[in-house]
Write a new protein. Sequence first.
Length: 318
Amino acid sequence: MPRIMRSAAVAVAFGSATVLLTTCRLDELISPPPVGPLTTSIAQVIDSAAVGSIEQRVITIELAIPGERDVSWTAARAGTGAWLSLRAASGAASDSLTVALSPANLPIGIYQDTILLKVGGGASGPTELPVRFTIHPCSVVDISPGTVVTDSVTEASCAGPRRANRFAAVFGFEAAAGDSVSVLMTSPDFDAYLVLDSTTKVAAPPLVEADHCQGADSDPCLIYVPLPDSGRYFVGATTAHERETGEFNLQLSLPRAPSVPSYLGQFTEEETNKVFDGGIGALSPIGVIGSPAKAKKEHGRIYIEELASALVDYINSR
């Protein structure tokens, strides 16, 4: 708007001098320019979350009004998706806007909307702030056999494979056909649950899963699970009950090599009483490599063929 000053000249005489005064009317003062568009500290809201998680993603956006004018502003969503919410839909002067993105119940995909910011009394249209929210599958952390992992499941964790409403951490490892693997999981915070599979997809049942360890009412374990194919396998460390969170320890291992045998001995079936050369026990004797305690730890089996005569020089017998 062009500047226009209307004035009235009044001559006042002071003795021999004449002073020219200029007067202005308030209703004729220059009007301020219209308020320009509101500006934001970021050009676009971009964030992501794991599928099955429920923790909201909260972003604060700084707003600025040109000239720091004391005017109001309003914010509104262009779309209707419940995943996007505004903590405050209006304010005054330069301020901040808090946006919340909720991943709860959203399947994997990309979700988009626009926030419309309008300044009160402004001559320009609203400022458009695009929003892009991505829901991604469970992230996989690579581990190697012999690894002990300390981690946690939280409300920001993904839902466990085939375990709806149960948060999980997923670990991946490589194995060859015919390998076997053992997995042990412990947690001081929740009832732990293990899932072992060759895929993270839910179309088929898992390879194996466990809530306990070999029938005992304890933290879960998987002992010497045979792996049918070469390739990548996945361990889901999750919870037995819905919405549980907390820390856990996970140990992944392959079968260990047996200890070197120290000697060949003969023991009764109880594996405690030794049968000496040529001796006859109340029960049929069996052979054990090493001490009885070590033999039990090796989980080995030895098949003995009954002989017509007693063993001689048994330390070298085959």
